[in-house]
Design a protein around this ligand. Structure first.
Ligand code: BV8
Ligand code: ZN
Length: 251
């Protein structure tokens, strides 16, 4: 059955002023970036505990560094897809459109979104564990061995590992956005990882109309007013098409 937008969702899109798009790895799947927990998920081959945590990194920096270099290489050759670009276009039709992403792949930024909270960091950013010196958007040729700072400290990716706190400015900004939006779309996330998965709960509690866009049901599906069961690119293009029919661009 082709994807459709319900009457309720249409009327909300007509009157909304502030929309939050909450995204997970599934929004980047159509760009060719593997998700974490799908059939081809990267967590299937190796467990997050082994790689995406600080102790694993300090115990075996080369292994973890190589994994991130491998993922950077994948991301370098990929591009934002229709889902990312639809959100950038939707920005033109509403006073406030905010992206809250769990992804570290930088694709929302590359698609031109202007207001983004990166809850789990950004794989293109790095810093020295010892002195904090930043090495953002530096392209390290060396793939296998970890890199050291001038001070001798180890350079790590600026992503949030399991057991690490989320950047407070990012998470509090995302919470405030969820508390004050009229609508929240949750796109391509299993809704497992905390505290990120709280964002749709906060929005709903604050009275926002919430919709989930996913190719599967998730642990959070029961939370949402509406489920759009389909691919992110397709669903968001359909939503953009409807918005273009009923609203005029404000910027
Ligand atoms: C913290 C960055 C506290 C690194 C990531 C037990 C219960 C509750 C919580 C915990 C617990 N034990 C431990 C915790 C806390 C832990 C946690 O939540 N664990 C989970 C696994 C249970 N959380 C943490 O550790 C967080 N920190 O809690 O600190 C603290 C307190 C005091 C003092 C110190 C600390 C930090 C979590 C951050 C981890 N970092 N990433 C990196 O990327 O390398 S998480 C990682 O998972 C990614 O960020 C990813 O975005 C995120 C969530 O995954 P999803 O995005 O949902 O991706 P997934 O593959 O799972 O799903 C894809 C979905 O897309 C699927 O639903 C699929 O159907 C759908 N899909 C696929 N294709 C499409 C599609 N949908 C639409 N269209 C398509 N085409
Ligand atoms: Zn240093």
């Amino acid at each position: 059955m082709p994807l459709q937008i319900s009457k309720a969702l249409k009327s909300k899109l007509l009157d909304a002023q502030r929309i939050v798009f909450f995204s997970g790895a599934g929004i980047s799947a159509e760009s060719g970036i593997p998700t974490f927990r799908g059939e081809e998920g990267i967590w299937n081959k190796m467990r997050p505990e082994e790689l995406a945590n600080f102790n694993a990194f300090m115990k075996n920096p080369d292994l973890v560094w190589e994994w991130y270099q491998h993922r950077r290489q994948i991301m370098e050759s990929k591009h934002p897809n229709a889902a990312h670009f639809a959100i950038t276009e939707i920005e033109k039709y509403y006073p406030s459109v905010i992206v809250v992403t769990q992804n570290v792949d930088n694709l929302h930024r590359r698609a031109g979104n202007t207001h983004i909270y990166e809850l789990h960091g950004n794989i293109e950013k790095n810093y020295c564990v010892r002195c904090g010196q930043r090495y953002d958007y530096v392209r390290f040729e060396e793939r296998r061995t970890h890199q050291e700072c001038q001070c001798g400290g180890i350079i790590r990716p600026d992503v949030v590992w399991f057991g690490e706190l989320l950047p407070t400015d990012q998470f509090s900004g995302a919470e405030a956005a969820a508390e004050s939006c009229d609508m929240l779309f949750s796109i391509g996330t299993t809704g497992i990882v905390m505290p990120a998965a709280q964002i749709p709960v906060i929005a709903k509690r604050a009275g926002a109309y919430t919709a989930e866009i996913n190719i599967n049901r998730t642990e959070q599906s029961a939370l949402f007013h509406e489920i759009l069961s389909g691919k992110a690119g397709e669903a968001l293009s359909l939503i953009l098409e409807y918005i273009r029919e009923v609203r005029t661009p404000i910027q």
